[in-house]
Design a protein around this ligand. Structure first.
Ligand code: RB5
Length: 143
């Protein structure tokens, strides 16, 4: 899978750990930053990753900040993005099965790297259950 990943300054370490994890699993990773040594604004990175998904350059995107909240709020402003903020493996799996989340958000100050990697695996391995399509259509109609 082609996966775009981005973080703000609060989640650089986690981003690097998750990039290594994804590459070890055979995914093609597009690292959209941010660079070290600067304080940045999460909407800039959420927008870039959302754009990569919508343009087709990435199948899915991972967004990381301190809590994951800012990234999820920002990404969900983009029409066509379904960003899920998760803290555990079950929610990550259901974000794929029930919500067809095309962006996963994790807070680096809240979730440790092992759980974060397990969340990614659960989400990427989840198959959307079409029984939930009607709800997705209603969400799309709200955009
Ligand atoms: C940055 O300090 C912090 O606000 C950000 O990483 C994130 O937690 C926002 O939701």
């Amino acid at each position: 899978m082609r996966i775009a990943i981005a973080s703000d300054h609060a989640a650089i370490d986690l981003r690097q750990q998750l990039i290594a994890h994804l590459e070890r699993s055979g995914h093609q990773v597009d690292d959209l930053g941010c660079d070290e040594g600067q304080r940045v604004d999460y909407p800039d990175y959420a927008g870039a990753a959302a754009g990569a998904v919508l343009a087709g350059g990435a199948d899915k995107a991972v967004l990381l900040c301190g809590t994951g909240i800012g990234m999820s709020i920002a990404a969900n402003k983009v029409v066509g993005i379904r960003a899920a903020l998760v803290h555990d493996v079950t929610t990550a799996r259901l974000a794929g099965e029930h919500n067809a989340a095309n962006v996963l958000c994790i807070g680096a100050r809240v979730v440790g790297p092992l759980v974060a990697a397990e969340c990614l695996d659960a989400w990427l391995g989840a198959a959307f259950d079409p029984r939930h399509q009607r709800r997705l259509d209603k969400v799309a109609a709200m955009e």
